[in-house]
Design a protein around this ligand. Structure first.
Ligand SMILES: Cc1cc2nc3c(=O)[nH]c(=O)nc-3n(C[C@H](O)[C@H](O)[C@H](O)COP(=O)(O)OP(=O)(O)OC[C@H]3O[C@@H](n4cnc5c(N)ncnc54)[C@H](O)[C@@H]3O)c2cc1C
Length: 347
C-alpha cells in the first residue's frame, strides 16, 4: 500500500483521457482501505477529495483530479449459501464484472447471462443498477456491504436501501462519494427463467441456430450482439452510452409522434414512455452537418454506428468530450424539447 503522486489516469479510464491524479493508491483488503483512509483523514495530511475507481468504464475526467484516487482491487467470489431455488453468491467489488458473469454461467447460476460483457467491476454494478437486453442487476441483487469513508463502519444495504432505478441508486445520488462498496451478494436461480424477449437477442439466437434455450446460449448471443454493435474501448476510447434514454409523459410522446412519426419510444407502466436517445441524437446535428451521428470535433466524436456513444479517437481531452456532449444535449432540447441526462459520471 503506497500513495503515488501525479499519476496519469489514462490506463485507468476506458475513454483513455490523459488526466492526472494528484495522489493514487490501490487497496486489496479492507484493512488496507482503512489504513489509507486513516492516513489521508489525518489532521496533518488531510486529502478531502477521494474517488473510488473500479474499471473506469463509466467515468469522464474533465480535468486533473486534485485528490486521492483509490483503485479497488478487492478479489474473491464465494457461494455463501443455497436454498431450494437459489444460490447466493458473494463477489468482491474488485472482481471484473464479465469474469463474474462467466463464473456464474460455468456453475449454472442463472440470472446474469443477459448482462454479459458489460465492462467494469462488480463494485460499480449497483451504482447505476447496470442493465442491458431486458435485464438489470436489481433483479438478482440480494445485498451489499459498503464502508463509510468518514465513520469507518461497514454497513449492509438491501435492495430497498439501494433505491434502484433506471441507471440509478442511492450511491449515485444522496450517498455519492460516501461509501466504498466492498462486495455484492447476488441471488441466482437454480432453474433459469430465460429472458430472450428482447428483439435483437431473439434474432441472434435464431441466427445461431439455437433450438433449446440455455444461459450459455443467451450469454453468447448477447456477446455476439455487443461485439458487433459497440465500439471496443481498447480500440476507440468510450464509456458506452453517454446519455440515458429519457422518460417523458405518454401524452407528450403522442404529440411528438404526430410531428415525428419515426420517433422511437417504449411504453412504461406509469403512463410514461421511454424515448430512444440514439434516435433523437441522430435526427439533429451541428450547423455544418446533418446529424451528430459520426460527427467529429478534433479527436472527440459521436460514434458512426451508435450515436449514444461518445468517443475519443486518440488525444481528446475530457473537457472536449464534455463540451461536445453539451452541444448534443442543447441541440436535442432545441429540436424536441427533451432534456437528455448523462449516464456517465463526470469528474
Ligand atoms: C463499451 C461499453 C459498454 C457499456 N455497456 C453498458 C451496459 O450495457 N449497461 C450498463 O449499465 N453500463 C454499461 N457501460 C457502463 C459501465 O460499464 C458500467 O456502468 C460499469 O458498472 C462501470 O463499472 P466500473 O468498475 O468501470 O466503474 P467506474 O467507471 O470505475 O466507476 C463508476 C462510478 O462508480 C463509482 N465506483 C466504482 N466502484 C465503486 C465502489 N466499489 N464503491 C463505491 N463507488 C464506486 C466511481 O466512483 C464512479 O462514480 C458500458 C461501458 C462501456 C465502456
Amino acid at each position: 500500500m503506497q500513495i503515488q503522486k501525479n499519476i496519469s489516469l489514462k490506463p485507468y479510464n476506458t475513454f483513455a483521457v490523459n488526466a492526472k491524479a494528484k495522489y493514487f493508491s490501490t487497496f486489496s483488503s479492507v484493512n488496507e482501505l482503512e489504513e489509507l483512509l486513516k492516513t489521508t483523514n489525518d489532521k496533518r495530511r488531510t486529502i478531502n477529495n477521494k474517488l473510488i475507481l473500479g474499471g473506469g468504464s463509466n467515468i469522464l475526467f474533465t480535468k486533473d483530479f486534485d485528490g486521492l484516487v483509490l483503485k479497488n482491487e478487492l478479489k474473491g467470489i464465494e457461494l455463501i449459501k443455497e436454498d431450494e431455488n437459489h444460490y447466493y453468491v458473494k463477489a468482491a467489488a474488485g472482481e471484473n464484472w464479465h469474469e463474474f458473469v462467466m463464473h456464474c454461467i460455468k456453475h449454472n447460476y442463472a440470472g446474469v447471462e443477459n448482462l454479459s460483457l458489460i465492462p467494469g467491476n462488480v463494485g460499480a454494478s449497483p451504482m447505476q443498477n447496470i442493465g442491458a437486453y431486458g435485464a438489470e442487476i436489481k433483479e438478482v441483487f440480494e445485498q451489499l456491504e459498503a464502508y463509510h469513508v468518514h465513520d469507518n463502519k461497514i454497513i449492509t444495504f438491501s435492495a430497498n436501501d439501494c433505491e434502484f432505478g433506471y441507471r440509478e441508486s442511492v450511491f449515485k445520488r444522496k450517498y455519492k462519494d460516501q461509501f466504498v462498496i466492498l462486495n455484492v451478494t447476488f441471488r441466482l436461480r437454480k432453474k433459469p427463467v430465460f429472458n430472450a424477449s428482447y428483439g435483437q437477442v431473439k434474432q441472434e439466437l435464431e441466427k445461431m441456430g439455437v433450438k433449446k434455450l440455455s444461459i450459455q446460449a443467451i450469454s453468447q448471443a448477447v456477446i455476439n450482439i455487443r461485439t458487433s454493435k459497440l465500439p471496443d474501448p481498447k480500440v476507440i476510447g468510450n464509456a458506452g452510452s453517454f446519455f440515458k434514454n429519457p422518460e417523458i409523459n405518454s401524452h407528450e410522446f403522442h404529440e411528438l409522434k404526430r410531428i415525428y412519426p419515426g420517433i422511437v419510444g417504449y411504453p412504461l407502466t406509469n403512463n410514461k414512455t421511454k424515448l430512444a436517445a440514439a434516435w433523437l441524437i441522430e435526427q439533429c446535428g451541428p450547423r455544418d452537418a446533418v446529424s451528430w451521428k459520426g460527427y467529429r470535433e478534433g479527436d472527440a466524436g459521436c460514434h458512426v454506428k451508435q450515436p449514444l456513444v461518445l468517443v475519443n479517437y486518440g488525444n481528446a481531452k475530457g473537457e472536449e468530450i464534455y463540451k461536445l456532449s453539451e452541444k448534443i444535449k442543447d441541440s436535442v432540447y432545441k429540436n424536441f424539447g427533451v432534456t437528455l441526462e448523462r449516464e456517465v459520471n463526470i469528474i
